[in-house]
Design a protein around this ligand. Structure first.
Ligand code: GAF
Length: 390
């Protein structure tokens, strides 16, 4: 409850409540969300915590304000006027919570002035959706403090709008959906076209396996242009194929008419990754329940997905390739880069008996390259955003 401690230190008094929103890992379906495709993320045990209180005492000159501080940015105390809030007015990390307030108001929900203290145990820049978690924790805090009854599905679109239009980062809808809709012991199958979702039982520990996240410490930024370029390439491929989005591809053969080899590779990744999502879901749902064999098959699909992201979508990076290779050589059933790419984390599916060997092998590979040692986190499919104390 370090956010409550920070609240007391910086604002004095007790928060009215503490809300937690998790980061996410994605089991399958990368760069498919903005192509109207399928994704299969799960929420992590790690998350962003917001300790918050309504602050009538801080309403000066009739203005409603958000006052924001963060344990990760200790020198900041940021004041945001809620009246007249507009994209571009707030930059840096505070753009995410301020953007949520803006998007809530744009959707017709009047946000109260509030003091919010933020803490996080999701490593930033590790491709684990710390930004979406910050948005979703803020969204729950502001709606609860304001007595606003906003359905989760609407909060997902509000948080995404904050990221796209206020913070100016052109993401899809996966990360906010994962943070707000996932359930412990499950992955979330989301159809990004219809926005229908389903909970898929996902409990590798019950079959003697585990999920290891390897933060390669190569930092990734979604705002640096490569992500937007991939989006644009996918849109161009769909336009040349005469379909509304790459979701409408039914198989690899449908990409043959693309004469541009780069666009053909991008489209091939999207169609095959959509298929892999559905294959993983079928494996997890097959009776009598997921076994060690199921997880070996899922591992095989993870390995295929990494090759597709590396060679067809070209979003992998050297540390991720080395981590995947070392993890699989040391006994992981499969591993792949997750998230937007160009930095961040690898997800490895590892039999419990091989966990130590995989960690050692990846650490040794990084040392051989002279790279900063990787960070390892256990990924346990966890619950979505919630209030954790009153
Ligand atoms: C990032 C984005 F935020 C998601 O919307 C998604 O596109 C992902 O990269 C790639 O699958 O996490």
């Amino acid at each position: 409850m370090r956010a409550s401690g920070l609240f007391r230190e910086r604002f004095g008094g007790e928060p009215d409540g503490v809300w937690l929103a998790p980061g996410r890992a994605n089991l399958m379906g990368e760069h498919t969300d903005y192509n109207d495709g399928f994704v299969l993320p799960f929420a992590l045990g790690q998350g962003v915590t917001a300790a918050a209180a309504r602050n009538p005492g801080r309403i000066r000159a009739g203005k409603r304000r958000l006052t924001l501080c963060s344990r990760q940015q200790p020198s900041d105390m940021i004041e945001v006027d809620l009246d007249g809030l507009a994209p571009g007015r707030v930059t840096g990390w505070a753009a995410y919570p301020a953007g949520v307030a803006w998007a809530l108001e744009a959707a017709g929900h009047r946000v109260p002035g509030a003091c919010i203290a933020i803490d996080s145990d999701v490593p930033a820049g590790a491709g684990l959706s710390s930004s979406a978690a910050l948005e979703c924790a803020t969204a729950l805090a502001l709606t609860s403090l304001g007595g606003l009854d906003v359905p989760r599905a609407e909060l997902v679109t509000i948080a995404r709008r904050a990221e796209n239009e206020f913070a100016g980062v052109p993401t899809g809808i996966m990360d906010q959906s994962a943070s707000l809709l996932c359930r412990a012991g499950h992955a979330l199958l989301l159809d990004c076209r219809s926005l229908e979702s389903a909970q898929v039982p996902f409990d590798p520990a019950a079959a003697g396996a585990g999920l290891l996240l390897i933060n390669t410490r190569a930092r990734h930024e979604l705002s640096d242009g490569e992500y937007g370029q991939r989006r644009a390439e996918c849109e161009e491929a769909a336009r040349r194929l005469g379909i509304p989005s790459l979701r409408f591809l039914t198989g690899v053969a449908d990409t043959d008419s693309l004469t541009d080899p780069v666009l053909r590779r991008r489209a091939r990744h999207v169609v095959t990754d959509n298929q892999r999502v559905l294959e993983v879901v079928a494996l997890l749902r097959a009776p009598p329940g997921a076994s060690a064999d199921t997880y070996r098959e899922i591992g095989r699909l993870l390995a295929q997905a990494h090759v597709s992201l590396r060679d067809d979508f070209e979003v992998s990076w050297p540390e991720a390739d080395a981590a995947v290779e070392a993890a699989v050589a040391a006994g992981a059933s499969g591993a792949r880069m997750i998230g937007g790419g160009f930095g961040g984390s690898v997800l490895a599916l590892v039999p419990a008996t091989a966990r130590g060997a995989v960690r050692d092998a990846v650490t040794a590979a990084f040392a051989r390259h002279g790279w900063t040692a990787p960070e390892f986190l256990d990924a346990v499919p966890s619950d979505s955003a919630r209030q954790i104390s009153v």
